[in-house]
Design a protein around this ligand. Structure first.
Ligand SMILES: *Cc1c(COP(=O)(O)O)cnc(C)c1O
Length: 433
């Protein structure tokens, strides 16, 4: 499969080129040049075949001949080794739990698959590939766990000292092996600046083989189609039009949903469910896209004021507002509404939702309110409620217990190395590592 840039000013490249580069040289995002539809018969088969087989068939056309089939099979089965659970709260409202992976958030799908794909693509390289990531919390743990033990790759994670919770910190600073962590005395913006500066440092790039693992990488999007297929396999009634509500920040998750629709999955419409950072719902309402600094909310993994996958959404809708509107409906929820939705889900269904999932439920409810025609809602549950225990406690009066695999990290020793926020220190560390 060939990949092109959304800006169409860069040469076509292979999947390997797109995954190792991340961003296209013209500043655009990589897209497959074509997306092939599966026939209705094949889709019907998707309901019966083992899930690994289905994931393999979904991703294979996007990989083409670049990865041998037996390697791709192994890659898929190792990456997606945890369940996707569908919980039907009522005949018309289903929750798709995507948080049963090692870091209890949906980012495990993308990070685990991309790490293994990169691992394959750097085989035979003489220099190890260094993946640099700046994190303010959750991305760091998904990426660290995804790459843990992948041969030929070392990961360096930068995070702002004392600005993230202990539970978050322990999840990625205690792993060791090929995961190094720098605890920067500075802010998240300092961490991001250091990483950006490293990528534009020609001297460093001549000597070291470095790349990034952020959410614009197409290698993270492809495996996010898998769980849309998982939902399709488990829905009790397939004949009622399906509306998929996606709690969104950078819009990678929703972009992957549209990919899944393009390969043939029956989705009537997507809902862009955001918190107060409602740049995309506003665009859908007014036709104007106005990125701006993010505001802090309870669903902080979606505190994004300049969604980086937006060019892909436009591209998939032929850059026409009317097509985007046909595909996506938008809704922004406030903090108060989020708490009330968590409370109401608990009281009505005994369901404990994290704040991101609650934002998704609010999007679906707002849609249903204005669209009376028959439909069933599928809300993507993006994080385990225990990851946001303080907000859950505020909403329902008690905190969900920490799952064992998260609690175990709290006992472990932090292995991070303290560092200043000066680029010279960072470069020195990178060069001697
Ligand atoms: C990253 C994240 C999101 C937002 O996903 P995007 O693909 O950036 O839109 C939503 N919920 C949780 C819990 C996340 O970690």
């Amino acid at each position: 499969m060939r990949y092109r840039s959304t800006k169409r000013q860069a040469p076509l490249t292979s999947l390997r080129g797109a995954v190792l580069r991340g961003l296209a040289p013209d500043g655009g995002l990589y897209m497959p040049v074509e997306i092939a539809r599966h026939s209705p018969d094949e889709l019907e088969e998707f309901r019966r075949l083992p899930f690994t087989e289905v994931c393999f068939r979904v991703v294979r056309p996007f990989v083409g001949t670049e990865v041998p089939e037996e390697v791709l099979w192994q890659l898929v089965s190792e990456a997606i080794n945890f369940p996707v659970k569908l919980v039907s709260l009522s005949p018309g409202l289903h929750i798709l739990e995507l948080f049963h992976g090692p870091t209890l958030a949906f980012k495990d799908f993308g990070a685990r698959f991309m790490a293994r794909l990169m691992g394959y693509f750097v085989r035979g390289e003489t220099r190890p590939l260094t993946v640099l990531v700046a994190t303010s919390g959750d991305t760091g743990s998904a990426v660290a766990h995804g790459f843990l033990g992948v041969p030929g790759i070392r990961v360096i994670i930068l995070y702002p000292s004392k600005r993230i919770s202990e539970a978050q910190e322990k999840q990625f600073t205690t792993l060791g092996n090929n995961i190094s962590v720098l605890e920067v005395s500075g802010t998240f913006d300092d961490c991001q600046r250091l990483v950006k500066q490293a990528f534009s440092d020609t001297d460093l790039n001549r000597r070291a083989f470095i790349t990034s693992a952020n959410s614009i990488n197409v290698g993270r999007l492809l495996p996010q189609m898998f769980y849309h297929v998982a939902a399709y396999r488990q829905l009790p009634v397939a004949s009622v039009p399906l509306i998929v509500s996606v709690p969104s920040g950078n819009f990678g998750n929703l972009t992957a949903g549209i990919f899944a629709k393009r390969i043939g999955l029956p989705v009537a419409r997507f809902i862009a469910s955001t918190n107060a950072n409602e740049v995309v719902p506003e665009y859908l309402r007014t036709g104007e896209f106005r990125p701006r600094p993010a505001t802090a909310t309870f669903s902080n993994a979606m505190d994004v004021g300049s969604p980086n996958n937006f060019p892909r959404l436009l591209d998939l809708c032929r850059n026409r507002l009317e097509y985007v509107r046909r595909e996506i409906w938008g809704h922004g929820a406030t903090n108060e509404e989020t708490l009330l939705a968590m409370k109401s889900l608990y009281e009505r269904f005994h369901y404990v939702a994290d704040p991101h999932t609650a934002v998704g439920v609010l999007g679906w409810e707002a849609y249903r309110h204005t669209h009376p025609e028959p439909a069933q809602g599928l809300v993507l549950a993006t994080a385990h409620p225990a990851k946001f225990a303080d907000v859950v406690e505020r909403a329902i009066g008690s905190a969900p217990p920490l799952p064992d695999r998260l609690a175990a990290y709290l006992q472990r020793q932090k292995l991070s190395v303290p560092m200043s926020s000066r680029y010279d220190d960072f470069k020195q560390l990178l060069s001697t590592h």
